[in-house]
Write a protein that binds this ligand. Structure first.
Ligand code: GTP
Ligand code: MG
Length: 480
């Protein structure tokens, strides 16, 4: 899934004062944290504030041959939006080209020195955000070198989820992801444990002893959170069980900011928050959606995906993501006008595959057609015509067709028919009334003639009992 920070051998590392990766991936613990550094951290990072909120942020990325999944500049653009979403102001961005990442510091020594220099001089930055997954050791070493806090991409995404989480379920899941992320990083000079475990109140003890205490507290909290999340999962499973005999389920999935919530609002008038922000939605919302012909389905909107979605979040959001497993149809929403639309599509497909959802019936919804300057060539998207549809949640273009397509894919499409049935088939007349829309009913000499709309899946039943004539009519406009 996306780019990974490849760990390289430490042998060529010229920085002997820096932590080295030990075989289990953890470095030697820091010695005593210096008083001045601790003071600075406490002043800069009062309890409860994310490191990026109100901070001046420097972005840095490495472009190396094996990291070619995304164009490094496009990925940096996305990182910039993420940093801004997290409340930071980006004061600079820098890209280093290299054969491979440096084992101890990720960037090469020249770039690290340049970053340290940039932090000391105007326009001074508070936080360095790196567009990669750093090992805990690299993160710690970079913090020492630039003498300030360093966040990697997963750390930043987890921060944003933390800022966005509102409901109890989302909070539990984000807290778990954050603690799992932090556990191996605890000895970092700028680790901000205080707001994770409700303030231990004992900070300031000697570093190593304190870190051991913090580790124990985090492990205890992780156990407690997992227990609570398990209860949420059990509750969701019971709710799903109750819905099993209800209408079919449709789930919206897709990259963050693709327009899932906007589409949900168009399809159901749900009034869900849709914003030009990354990760506007963290909780699944479920609403009824009317289908052409009078049937209905249930649609859920859920959390957006992103390239390199942190594993900790995927694991902790399992309770939420499990809803997707039980959907009858996935609507994969893509911002077709985005310059990185293909990469976003692939990133989402990777995540779906990782969740075991590759075989789920899926309809690709190419959204934001109002922003497109050329007609969509479905073949270039690698999908068959019947598996994709072009829409605009903003202008409503294609929304009626999307409803009809969903109905068809769920076997709930409706057609206009004239049916002749013998008098003995009274139970089918009742079925027509219940499941379809009966316009006219006539008693003829040999039986009944019914005219109206029937779900396509019921046509064989009626054909077995009598005669069915399909009336070719244009789809009714404006179905909601
Ligand atoms: N021009 C245009 N903008 C759209 C369209 N659909 C959504 N948007 C805009 O795209 C932005 C993101 O929309 P959302 O519906 O919040 O996206 P989302 O997929 O739910 O995003 P997350 O919840 O963050 O994952 C908002 O500013 C919407 O107004 C569209 O069809 N055309
Ligand atoms: Mg949303």
């Amino acid at each position: 899934m996306g780019r990974k920070n490849r760990r390289v051998a430490d042998g060529d590392d010229p920085h002997d004062d820096l932590d080295q990766e030990s075989p289990n991936g953890h470095a030697e613990l820091d010695a005593v944290e210096s008083d001045s550094r601790r003071r600075e951290r406490d002043e800069e990072r009062p309890e409860g504030r994310a490191p990026t909120e109100g901070a001046q942020v420097m972005l840095a990325a490495l472009d190396w041959p094996e990291s070619d999944v995304w164009d490094a500049e496009d990925s940096l653009d996305e990182l910039q939006r993420l940093a801004e979403t997290a409340g930071g102001t980006v004061v600079g961005r820098t890209l280093q080209k290299r054969d491979h990442p440096e084992g101890a510091t990720f960037f090469g020594s020249g770039k690290v020195a340049e970053l340290a220099e940039a932090r000391r001089n105007p326009p001074h930055f508070d936080v360095l955000v790196v567009d990669a997954t750093l090992t805990p050791t690299q993160q710690r070493n970079l913090e020492r070198r630039v003498d300030g806090p360093v966040l990697d991409r997963p750390g930043l995404i987890i921060e944003i989820f933390g800022q966005r989480a509102r409901t109890r379920e989302a909070r539990l899941q984000v807290d778990l992801a954050r603690l799992e992320y932090q556990l191996p990083r605890l000895s970092g000079a700028w680790s901000h444990l205080e707001r994770q475990v409700g303030g231990t109140g004992t900070r300031g003890g000697p570093g190593e002893r304190q870190i051991e205490i913090d580790r124990r507290l985090i492990r205890d909290r992780i156990v407690a959170l997992k227990r609570e999340i398990e209860q949420v999962r059990a509750h969701r499973a019971r709710a799903r069980d109750a819905r099993r005999h209800g209408p079919p389920q449709v789930s919206l999935v897709g990259y963050t900011n693709a327009g899932k919530s906007s589409l949900m609002n168009r399809l159901t008038e749900a009034g869900v928050t849709a914003e030009n922000k990354l990760f506007a939605t963290l909780d699944p919302t479920t609403r009824r959606m009317g289908l052409p012909g009078g049937g209905y389905t249930v649609v859920s909107d859920t959390v957006g995906f992103i390239q390199n979605l942190p594993q900790q979040l995927i694991a902790s959001f399992r309770a939420t993501l499990e809803e997707l497993e039980h959907a009858d149809l996935l609507l994969h929403v893509v911002d077709a006008a985005h310059p990185s639309a293909r990469e976003q599509l692939d990133a989402v497909k990777d995540i779906l595959e990782g969740l075991g959802l590759r075989e789920k019936p899926t309809l690709l919804v190419l959204n934001k057609s109002d922003l497109l300057t050329a007609p969509v060539d479905l073949a270039s998207w690698g999908v068959a015509e019947e598996d994709a549809i072009v829409v605009s949640a903003q202008t409503s273009f294609g929304i009626g067709a999307l409803r009809a397509r969903v109905a068809r894919r769920l076997g709930m499409a409706v057609c206009e028919v004239e049916v002749e049935l013998p008098f003995s088939e009274g139970r089918l007349v009742a079925l027509f009334r219940r499941e379809g829309f009966l316009i006219r009913e006539e008693a003829r000499t040999r039986g009944m003639r019914l005219h109206g709309h029937l779900p396509e899946r019921l046509l064989p039943t009626f054909r077995r009992a009598g005669k069915v004539r399909e009336i070719d009519s244009a789809p009714t406009p404006g179905w909601r």
